[in-house]
Design a binder for this molecule. Structure first.
Ligand code: MLT
Length: 411
């Protein structure tokens, strides 16, 4: 008999997005004539940039001949991509990050979950609330929490509420924590971290020997030039933080799969014997043992996002989604809803009208307007009473969804 990982039994129902999909399918089956518009999961809709396609096609060609064929590559990623990342995403913005500190992977969802492999089980772990559910659920799976209460909060985690009351800027933890997850631009609230905010977190991390897990998957959506794209833009950032980034939202790779995690050699943790060990060594060991690298063809596509042709093409798609965000923000505000985010992030976070619970508003929006969004409570207890609309969609769908908010939703 094989014993199961009992921690899985502590998890609340399904993962958020499959649960939304389940309700969507049930409604669609019961209402076959409804033309449902999905603004729930943040999944891109626009095609890959032409430069990316050209680079991938060329790489496919290389696979067709013995001379240029590629088998296994380096697990950490091809040098050409690691070097391009270090140069374009970091060094060009004054960050002291070297190519061998970059680990290419198939997604930030995987990496933010897998990072727990190299952390001990006795850490006090903090996260903002609401939060990307992967951080919570993977800690539950790893046995780092107790059971959940009826609000969905797990014993043992330190939650930092992030709501309109504190302007979506969480307070520093009132107790010492070993690990803190930060995500900026924030999913789901769309809030950003200023230099001052990041400096405060770095100072906290230094004073308390805390590891920051910094998810910057949405950095490309920052429009305000004063907002840092990376925690490494701040002095001391490379001593305390591991940063996660992805081509999913930056360049439309949700179905293509390519991301990377930066583990500076200067970030260390404590071994049981009290000695300091760098996380880079551990992540390298983990990555090379459990992962065999991203497809060469895909890495060539990712590299093309930095080329003279690719850069403006990728930027144009991001601008397109941000125009969607502006349309959504404007419409919802005109309807008298309280809206947040959507300026430096592709997510619009709104306060539900008439104090409806998040899932109540989900059902109302689906049944009256045939529009799917994401209930804020699915991101954590402090997300109750909020709702997320994603700007990742075609213009026609965004306009039609907003038209239905105006004409069909009874608020
Ligand atoms: C979201 O909608 O929050 C994201 O698409 C989920 C993800 O990136 O995994």
């Amino acid at each position: 008999m094989a014993y199961i990982n009992d921690n899985y039994l502590k998890l609340k129902a399904g993962y958020l997005f499959p649960e939304i999909g389940r309700r969507y399918r049930a409604f669609a089956a019961a209402n076959p004539s409804a033309k449902i518009i999905r603004c729930g999961i943040g999944d891109v809709t626009e095609p890959l940039a032409p430069a990316v396609i050209t680079a991938m096609q060329k790489a496919v060609g290389e696979m067709a001949s013995r001379e240029t064929f590629k088998g296994y590559g380096d697990e950490q990623g091809c040098d050409f991509l690691r070097e391009a990342i270090a140069k374009h995403d970091y060094q060009s913005r004054g960050c002291d990050i070297a190519a061998d500190e970059v680990f290419v992977s198939d997604g930030s969802k995987c990496d933010t979950g897998n990072i727990l492999d190299i952390l001990g089980h006795n850490n006090v772990i903090a996260m903002t609330d609401p939060v990307y559910p992967v951080y919570v659920d993977t800690n539950v799976m790893a046995g780092n929490t107790g059971a959940s209460n009826d609000k969905g909060e797990y014993a043992g985690l330190v939650y930092l509420p992030t709501t309109a009351e504190n302007n979506f800027t969480p307070e520093l933890p009132t107790r010492r924590v070993d690990v803190i997850y930060l995500c900026y631009p924030n999913n789901p609230t769309g809030a950003v971290a200023t230099r001052e905010t990041l400096a405060k977190w770095i100072a906290y991390a230094k004073a308390n020997d805390t590891l920051i897990l910094y998810d910057a998957a949405y950095y490309a959506y920052i429009t305000d030039p004063a907002i840092p794209h990376s925690i490494y833009e701040l002095p001391g950032g490379r001593d305390v933080a591991i940063e996660f980034r992805s081509y999913s939202k930056t360049a439309g790779f949700t179905g293509t799969r390519c991301a990377y995690t930066v583990v500076p050699k200067s970030v260390t943790g404590k071994a049981a014997d009290g000695s300091r060990v760098d996380f880079h060594r551990l992540w390298n060991r983990r990555h090379t043992t459990k992962f065999n690298g991203v497809a060469y063809i895909v890495q060539r596509g990712a590299e093309a996002t930095y080329s003279a042709e690719g850069k403006p093409q990728v930027k144009a798609t991001i601008d397109f989604y941000m125009q969607n965000a502006a349309i959504i923000r404007k419409t919802l505000a005109e309807l008298g809803l309280k809206v947040y985010g959507g300026v430096n992030a592709p997510y619009i976070w709104l306060k539900t009208p008439n104090n409806l619970k998040s899932w109540e508003f989900f059902d109302k929006l689906l049944s009256e307007a045939h529009v799917v969004g994401t209930p804020g409570s699915g991101f954590g207890a402090a997300g109750e009473g909020y709702f997320r609309i994603s700007a990742f969609n075609s213009r026609a769908n965004v306009e039609e969804a907003m038209n239905r908010f105006r004409t069909r939703l009874k608020i």
